[in-house]
Design a protein around this ligand. Structure first.
Ligand SMILES: Nc1nc2c(c(=O)[nH]1)N[C@H]1C(S)=C(S)[C@@H](COP(=O)(O)O)O[C@H]1N2
Ligand SMILES: [Mo]
Length: 374
């Protein structure tokens, strides 16, 4: 196993103090988040708090592998090095002087809904709320790479975060690092974001700079970004090749495939399971997204009845989730099960059961809520 920890980070980034764990846990709990793991802090948004075009920053889920570094703008730099014609070392101020873009992008953890897999799989036992949409502002990654000038023969772009810690099988602490191919880096529309919902990035979401890769599972969106290295060889870092890889058992053999685009799925935001409602007509609402293409259709089924088309609300966002609503009528008193499934414009439809894989990634389980009708 290769551990990618060759980041030529500045001393200051490497020695950054970390956020207080107990304080982080309290802030998350007070915002109503469900804390799944306290060390490092991993917490999700109750589905009833999702919805809207973007999620309030305070309610955005948090997924950390290591303690949260608290970086200092005065000493922080984004270094761009390796196979480039002009190595760069940019301050936050210099980045904010470059042409800015703002876009709503949905981030979803690849392990979202992991706890639904049977047999159970190890890892954070996420429910359905390790997802959020925010409006991100920053500089296009492609612009910065163009300024640096990628040399011929380069194939990988490696993104280094300032956070660090120990992982299974490694003798020394490593940094969180991920890569994209040169083509994906240029074509994914990735943003080097310094603002979230119109405010500077909070420390817990990557201050001062994070990568945001639209459509990809959020592991690609490296927080506390400190250096970008362009290389010829495929990247073999821990979070690239040991984790965030589907390990499927197919026909007696194990098939490995890296986690990339978000799978298509829909969630209910209203009602929530257990809610008591008047029988008759029932308005249900939710969000739906897919990494491969915009959402084409959302369907709802009541008590395992036929799938009926929901109404898509508002203009479809290119990279943010699609809001939808549905009026279920003629409901009888008693308990009812409501299920929703999404189809994207690339024709991907949410399956009855996502394929089991050893670490439980890509679990786009159909969301079901049980309500009591009076
Ligand atoms: N540097 C760094 N970047 C990271 C991570 C991390 O642990 N360290 N976690 C990744 C994963 S798995 C997810 S799901 C998202 C979570 O982003 P959020 O905490 O802002 O919601 O960040 C990604 N970027
Ligand atoms: Mo994640």
């Amino acid at each position: 196993m290769t551990i990618g920890n060759l980041a030529p980070m500045t001393w200051d980034n490497r020695m950054a103090p970390v956020a207080d764990l107990e304080q982080e846990r309290l802030v998350a709990a007070q915002a109503g988040l469900v804390v799944n793991g306290a060390e490092p802090l991993n917490c999700e948004t109750p589905v009833g708090m999702l919805g809207g075009r973007v999620a309030p920053t305070a309610q955005f889920y948090r997924r950390n592998h290591f303690p949260i570094p608290v970086l200092d703008e005065a000493t922080w730099r984004l270094d761009v090095s390796g196979m480039v014609h002009r190595p760069l070392s940019l301050s936050l101020h210099e980045l904010t002087m470059l042409p800015a873009e703002t876009m709503a992008v949905t981030l979803e953890c690849a392990g979202n809904s992991r706890r639904m897999f049977r047999p159970l799989v190890p890892g954070e036992q996420w429910g359905f709320g390790a997802v959020g949409t925010a409006e991100w502002t920053g500089v296009l990654l492609a612009d910065v790479l163009r300024r640096a000038g990628i040399q011929r023969g380069a194939r990988e772009v490696i993104f280094g975060g300032a956070d660090r810690g120990t992982v299974d099988g490694a003798p020394h602490p490593i940094h969180f690092e991920r890569s994209l191919s040169v083509a994906d880096a240029a074509e994914s529309g990735a943003l080097l974001a310094y603002a979230m919902n119109g405010q500077p990035l909070p420390a817990r979401h990557g201050y001062p700079l994070r990568l945001v890769v639209p459509g990809w599972y959020a592991v690609a969106s490296v927080k506390w970004l400190s250096d970008i290295r362009v290389a010829e060889e495929p990247f073999g870092g821990f979070f690239q090749t040991e984790r965030y890889v589907y390990e499927w058992h197919r026909g007696g053999t194990e098939v490995r495939e890296p986690v990339r685009l978000q799978e298509v799925r829909a969630l209910f935001t209203r009602p929530v399971s257990g809610q008591e409602m008047a029988s008759g007509g029932l308005i249900v609402r939710g969000v739906a997204w897919s990494g491969a293409a915009p959402i084409g259709r959302v369907e709802v089924s009541v008590d395992s009845g036929t799938w009926q088309k929901a109404r898509l609300v508002g203009v479809p966002a290119a990279h943010g989730w699609q809001q939808w609503e549905f009026l279920a009528s003629g409901l009888q008193p008693g308990e009812a099960s409501i299920r929703a499934r999404a189809t994207d414009l690339a024709g991907r439809i949410q399956p009855e059961r996502p394929e089991w894989n050893r670490r439980g990634y890509g679990g786009n389980f159909i969301h079901e809520v049980l309500v009591r009708l009076q």
